[in-house]
Design a protein around this ligand. Structure first.
Ligand code: ZN
Length: 277
């Protein structure tokens, strides 16, 4: 039930808002009046052709949103997917998603607002009033938007997200739901690396990364691989992830997963290789 029509999504949200036992997405029902006012204020000076509210999202686009209607539908389900998969509770107040017609338009907009984003393909910027996602139209726009919106949602569920797992999870959720477990390009990349380069995981190395700048392409791939192992590997791996999130939610610095997983799974590196090969 990945591609639920948008009208159905919105109806479900409205119904759930009135229910005591509401599903997670009901929490996203926002104050339409105040948000519309803000939207109008910002829209008056914005280049955006269309604006659409969907749960916690305010989607602004320089091109007709009907051109990306499947992506918009996907966003309606991303939070629920993420919460169910990770057993976390997101609490987004507002996430603004800005879609640009071209790289040039994206760069022009970001240059005066978020200059560090100009050389990136897409961007998530946390903020006290709203999280903001920026992306421009190209063949993989939907992947970019799901990736950056995953960051935005994840940061409302956890007070702190280590960079390697932040990126690993964003890489995981960037694919359409039906393709997530089996069809990410990283899967073949890692299989090839295991087969031809005797790849071994280096979780401790990933945990040492502190900034986005520390992460290269292989780190993204490897983070995806560890996340896949945590979500689809042995039950002990999943239990380790649950414990990790619990520790982060408690406010204490979490015990590195490289330590807790090794206690649960003695030959951890081989188990990860066996899972991914
Ligand atoms: Zn990312």
């Amino acid at each position: 039930m990945r591609f639920v029509p948008l009208t159905v999504c919105l109806t479900l949200m409205a119904m759930a808002a009135a229910s005591v036992t509401a599903a997670p997405w009901s929490r996203f029902k926002t104050n339409t009046a105040s948000k519309t006012k803000n939207s109008r204020q910002e829209a008056s000076s914005s280049p955006f052709l269309e604006e659409q509210e969907l749960g916690p999202y305010l989607i602004r686009s320089e091109f007709p949103l009907r051109d990306v209607h499947e992506l918009v539908q996907d966003l309606g389900e991303l939070q629920q997917d993420l919460e169910e998969t990770l057993r976390l509770e997101c609490q987004p107040r507002a996430i603004q998603i800005h879609l640009f017609q071209s790289k040039r338009s994206y760069d022009d907009y970001l240059r005066i607002r978020v200059p560090e984003g100009v050389n990136r393909q897409a961007l998530y910027v946390p903020g006290t009033d709203a999280g903001r996602v920026y992306a421009y139209r190209q063949r993989e726009l939907d992947i970019d938007v799901r990736h950056e919106t995953t960051h935005a949602l994840l940061h409302t569920a956890l007070p702190y997200v280590p960079i390697w797992i932040d990126e690993g999870l964003a890489e995981y959720f960037e694919m359409p739901a039906a393709l997530r477990a089996k069809n990410h390009p990283h899967r073949k990349e890692l299989r090839d690396a295991i087969r031809y380069q005797r790849w071994r995981p280096n979780l401790k190395g990933l945990e040492s990364k502190r900034k986005l700048m520390d992460m290269n392409g292989k780190d993204y791939r490897d983070s995806w691989g560890i996340v896949h192992f945590l979500l689809h590997g042995p039950v002990e791996a999943r239990q380790g992830l649950d414990q990790y999130f619990e520790e982060i939610l408690s406010g204490e610095p979490p015990t590195p997963l490289s330590q807790t997983l090794r206690k649960r799974i003695p030959d951890l590196d081989q188990a990860i290789v066996d899972h991914l090969k």
